[in-house]
Design a protein around this ligand. Structure first.
Ligand code: SAM
Length: 376
């Protein structure tokens, strides 16, 4: 399959190469990156069908109601009709939204003049539930004609469970604002991951590749022992890993700084009837420093920070808490490598690296590494 806008869009470095070629390139990059640690780097786990995997789609619009992704390093919309990473229904929904915007003369936001309304459309899909959440990001808190808009959209696409208006008046490139109004449905969707049910709202982090995420979590959790007294799930998002891993632990504490994600995590806890987990809204470094100061006891620590990795203060505090195992999941292997080297200075040994192709055709790789204390 070929992508005709690959060069301009810049999101998929390998889309016009054979999939096996991209996996080989990623294998080579991981071998090279982790070589200084002298540990085994397993071959990357790829997908059987590496297309249509994204369950989160964000598009921008231009004044002609064309939609697309931004050109690399710019805010010029590169129009498309079908992206090879999107499922067909997502792109059909977006096509209909563009048609309705035009029909109802909805104004499109002009970044240069800071005038107009619609800035982006964000779509989230439950890969198993087949539910869709549509988020219209607008600079205007009033969406005139929203009833007709929603009725028309839902009539054509009954899988849409909810439509939300997200208000973003800020003059930045951050897509979502803080304020939201539910226009239709409950404001969220649910999906199933590793046999548990999760609530997904527009703001909360949820891995964009469902099947590869299941493979990743299953492998990652299998590296931890089967019985753990206290488990920390730091950078926990909506609580996915901690909830799935809770069957191995007597007590789990999830830490996340996004308060909406913590709300979702608590709903997920209730929906799955898992009582021995608690979620705290805090900065992960602040939490770890406080825990180290009060000499808390923790047996195993999961960390899944953003691409920028963790902080030296987090690592110092984690090492002083001295958990037997630290499971590090990362979407930024370069920063993970940096952090593993710091953990090594504090007496932690890294075991094998397991790369997963969570983002086929792009240059990104997700990796899992288990560390244990040198004396264990
Ligand atoms: C890569 S995501 C992982 C989420 C979750 N573990 C999962 O797999 O769905 C990283 C998460 O860390 C959160 N985060 C980023 N910086 C943080 C910080 N300093 N303290 C706590 N959480 C943070 C983000 O909001 C996001 O939910």
């Amino acid at each position: 399959m070929n992508c005709t806008i690959a060069k301009k869009c810049g999101g998929c470095a390998y889309i016009n190469n054979p999939y096996a070629y991209s996996l080989e390139k990623k294998n080579q990059a991981m071998q090279k990156l982790f070589a200084p640690l002298h540990i085994k780097v397993h071959p990357i786990v790829g997908m059987k069908d590496p297309y249509g995997y994204r369950n989160k789609v964000i598009v921008a619009f231009n004044k002609n109601y064309e939609y697309g992704l931004y050109e690399e390093n710019s805010h010029r919309v590169i129009p498309y009709t079908h992206c090879l990473l999107h499922d067909e229904e997502s792109d059909a929904i977006i096509q209909k939204i563009a048609f309705l915007f035009k029909k109802y003369h909805v104004s499109i936001y002009d970044e240069k003049r800071h005038r107009g309304d619609i800035r982006h459309v964000l779509l989230r899909r439950g890969a198993v539930s087949k539910q869709y959440l549509v988020t219209i990001v607008s600079a205007n808190p009033v969406f005139k004609g929203s009833k007709n808009f929603c009725n028309s959209l839902v009539k054509t696409f009954p899988h849409i469970q909810s439509i939300v208006l997200n208000i973003n008046k800020r003059q930045t490139s951050i897509v979502l604002g803080q304020e939201e109004k539910v226009l239709y449905g409950k404001g969220y969707i649910v999906d199933t991951l590793c046999n548990l049910t999760f609530k997904i709202s527009s703001q909360s982090f949820y891995q964009i590749n469902h099947d590869q995420c299941e493979a990743l979590y299953t492998k990652a959790l299998s590296l931890l022992p089967d019985t753990i007294d206290t488990l920390y799930d730091t950078y926990c998002g909506i609580g996915t890993i901690g909830l799935i891993g809770s069957r191995k632990a007597k007590q789990v504490i999830g830490i996340e700084r996004n308060k909406d994600a913590i709300k979702d995590a608590n709903t997920n806890k209730k929906m799955n009837k898992i009582n021995h987990i608690s979620f705290l809204c805090d900065d992960a470094t602040d939490f770890m420093v406080k825990a180290a100061r009060s000499h808390e006891h923790v047996d195993a620590l999961i960390m899944d920070p953003p691409r920028s990795g963790s902080t030296s203060a987090f690592i110092k505090a984690a090492a002083s808490l001295s958990p037997q195992y630290i499971l590090y999941i990362s979407c930024g292997p370069e920063t993970q490598m940096r952090d593993l080297q710091l953990f090594k200075k504090y007496g932690y040994v890294s075991h094998d690296v397991y790369p997963f192709d969570l983002f086929p055709h792009t240059k990104h790789v997700e990796t899992v590494v288990l560390m244990s204390r040198k004396d264990k």
